[in-house]
Design a protein around this ligand. Sequence first.
Ligand SMILES: *Cc1c(COP(=O)(O)O)cnc(C)c1O
Length: 387
Amino acid sequence: MKVPLLDLKPQYQALKAELDAAVLRVSESQWFILGPEVKALEAAVAKYSGCRFGIGLSSGTDALLIALMALDIGAGDEVITSPYTFFATAGTIARTGARPVFVDIEPGTFNISPDAIERFISGCEQRDGKLINRATGGRVRAIMPVHLYGQMADMTRIMAIAQRYDLRVIEDAAQAIGSEDAQGRRACSIGDIGCLSFFPTKNLGAFGDAGACVTNDAELAAKLFKLRVHGMEPKYYHQLIGGNFRLDEIQAAVLNVKLPHLDSWSEARQRNAAFYDAVFAKAGIRGLVPPPPAPKGARHIYNQYCVRVPRRDELRAHLGTAGVGVEIYYPLPLHMQQCFEYLGHRPEDFPESLRASQESLALPIYPELEESQLQYVVDSVRTFFGR
Ligand SMILES: *Cc1c(COP(=O)(O)O)cnc(C)c1O
């Protein structure tokens, strides 16, 4: 048997008639960019995320970049984030001219550690209401938590820290559309701006690149709309330097068809995760740590199901031979990337991120997996451990 890490074809087959019709509708309209499909998607995605405003964008990366731009973050500024995430999180911070400040993660959730944020801030001082990093002289402006694998970071503590030091918060929810914390608050509805990706492998995927920002702040929304089109308003008059961060109608049309199904897909991912959880708990495999259960009341949408295995690379090879698709998210933490050498970090600066990069392994979790496939994955894992 073969079990791919992700197979998008069954989802397409199930919605083929609707999706094909939606793409054809756009073809016939010959209205390709920022039209009625984008408008409808913006309203729907905002509502889904518990926000007033949605801004359709060209990718999740661009959503992060434009969010930073809207908050006027740039040279001389610093933004606190996790070193254990997809590159775009810190890449966009650096692209604005600001300095990414990495702090370590919590080992259970793989999400940014509020304690680590506090430890970093204890090395800062407040001058004229500004938070200044004593080591660099830079001004700390914002926190960019990532809701990794579909589970929310500890937004209660992060928001308390942000309020105490007057920091902005940008939620990187590229992997977490519709996830909720233990208080039932949706990802993207808590910080100043939430950022979503509709890259095809995310839980809500387009037929190419797409993304969005959502916010409850009318002023920020107006600025984001403007920045998306080169800071232009009215036509050919530029108050701000923005960029081309526009969203295509075809992508929005596809997403408008898919969004009503997102909850059922997330539930299927949760069922698959529960299947793995139950089998792994029963088998009691020493050397394999399943992801801890989501806190009571929280909603984990399982963009990934990552186990921890000290003999990770051996298990990965074993599963590869067995025909099970797996992946490492992420093999090299961002503080160890060549492009961030200038930040001067050593690997052991963030030991939990380093250990996660050595131990984590994502198993297939996509909604359309059949029970026989899930069973084959766990059987293949068990033969590796001789259980
Ligand atoms: C996918 C992803 C992004 C980037 O989204 P794109 O749409 O691929 O540009 C940013 N952050 C995280 C955590 C992601 O997983």
